[in-house]
Design a protein around this ligand. Structure first.
Ligand code: KQY
Length: 369
């Protein structure tokens, strides 16, 4: 594996859309006792439920710590590859490489990772094991790796259409916890050069009370070039209403890199989801502080889905909009099977959802899937 100091655009590498063909998907077996209830017992069931679906149509690599290897191996089908790797938590979207392609080969980008805000407002300390995972995964896959550790970015804060347009939020990328010394223009240039995009659509804020500082992948996602879904509520008393309405206005007045207007599909949100006292009891305090308090609103959204080669797997919250979300996405992904994941609440308690725990590996020319 080569570590590359140049930027990906130098050799025409770009980030393909998630709905392009995949070689596979990376996940990390959950273990952190302050993120996942009861020693991650239920989260592991949810991860396994998800992995079984994804592995129907693409390779799945699961990273497990030394002490969790046997448990992961036992819980997962033989077709899933389990590899030992240390980690601080289990958010592959944010700590695995962002892969770029030149059409025949793929390479990984190793961004800096500081647990969503570092010492400013990060979610845990230390995060050094997570910060090393992208490079290790490039090594494992025998793919060259762009060294971008000086620039802090998580995969959950970007979505691309694969045709030159990137979606992100100001709340996350311009916040003080990531790259406080860079201007918006410098960040734009970095994203354009690293991801091979020409146009960035900046939404202002992400989902209300999202602890990632408003990751795009919880509020808005491309479903095809020129078309996106947006998390939506009609409840004007919900603080989310104003946020989603602002996003809609920006999206509807934007054009993408190809000059197209974006067609926006509203994806209804579930009614606000709050953590219960019993669920909080299952979370251990790791640094003397409770991670969550009973009644706290969780950042539940159906936009946090994963698109595999043959399926779209979407969170479910036991809400009347669960079915509606599956129906809408089924219309938008007519060649894939859209399935609701029953264990999503157990992932949500950790602070994210299906998209946040997965990272796709695009297909390269010689890959056999
Ligand atoms: O949503 C994500 N991409 C990560 C959430 C991290 C939460 C840590 N408790």
């Amino acid at each position: 594996m080569k570590i590359i100091k140049d930027l990906p655009d130098k050799e025409n590498y770009y980030m393909p859309a998630e709905y392009s063909p995949h070689y596979g998907c990376i996940l990390i077996w959950p273990h952190r006792r302050d993120s996942w209830q009861n020693g991650a017992y239920k989260a592991r069931q949810a991860f396994a439920e998800l992995i079984k679906i994804i592995s129907r149509s693409e390779k799945v690599i699961v990273c497990a710590r030394y002490e969790d290897y046997d448990d992961a191996r036992k819980a997962l089908p033989d077709r899933v590859r389990v590899v030992e790797m240390s980690s601080d938590d289990s958010w592959a979207r944010d700590v695995a490489p962002t892969f770029v392609t030149n059409g025949t080969e793929i390479r990984g980008i190793d961004w800096g990772f500081n647990a969503w805000g570092g010492l400013h407002d990060g979610l845990y300390f230390p995060w050094d094991k997570d910060n090393k995972m992208a490079r290790k995964l490039c090594d494992l896959l025998d793919k060259d790796c762009y060294d971008q550790r000086d620039f802090v970015l998580e995969g959950g804060s970007i979505h691309t259409d694969g045709e030159g347009t990137l979606l992100t939020t100001e709340e996350c990328l311009l916040g003080r916890g990531r790259n406080p010394d860079m201007s918006k223009q410098e960040i734009e240039e970095k994203l354009c050069r690293c991801l091979g995009v020409k146009k960035i659509i900046w939404l202002k804020r992400g989902i209300y009370h999202d602890e990632t500082n408003g990751h795009i992948d919880n509020i808005c996602a491309f479903v095809s070039p020129g078309e996106a879904v947006l998390a939506w509520t009609d409840d004007k008393n919900d603080p989310q209403y104003e946020i989603s309405a602002e996003c809609l206005e920006i999206l509807e007045s934007a054009v993408d890199a190809k000059g197209r207007r974006i067609k926006v599909h509203k994806l209804p949100l579930p009614s606000p989801v709050h953590i219960t006292a019993e669920e909080c009891m299952g979370l251990d305090d790791m640094d003397g502080e409770p991670t969550r308090i009973p009644g706290e609103r969780l950042a539940a959204s159906y936009v946090n889905f994963y698109i595999s080669n043959k399926d779209v797997i979407v969170p479910q919250f036991g809400d009347e909009n669960d079915k509606k979300a599956v129906e809408i996405l089924s219309r938008l992904f007519p060649t894939r099977t859209v399935t609701g994941l029953s264990g999503s609440r157990d992932i949500l308690i950790g602070g994210g959802n299906i998209h946040c725990i997965t990272q796709q590996i695009p297909k390269w020319q010689e890959a056999s899937v």
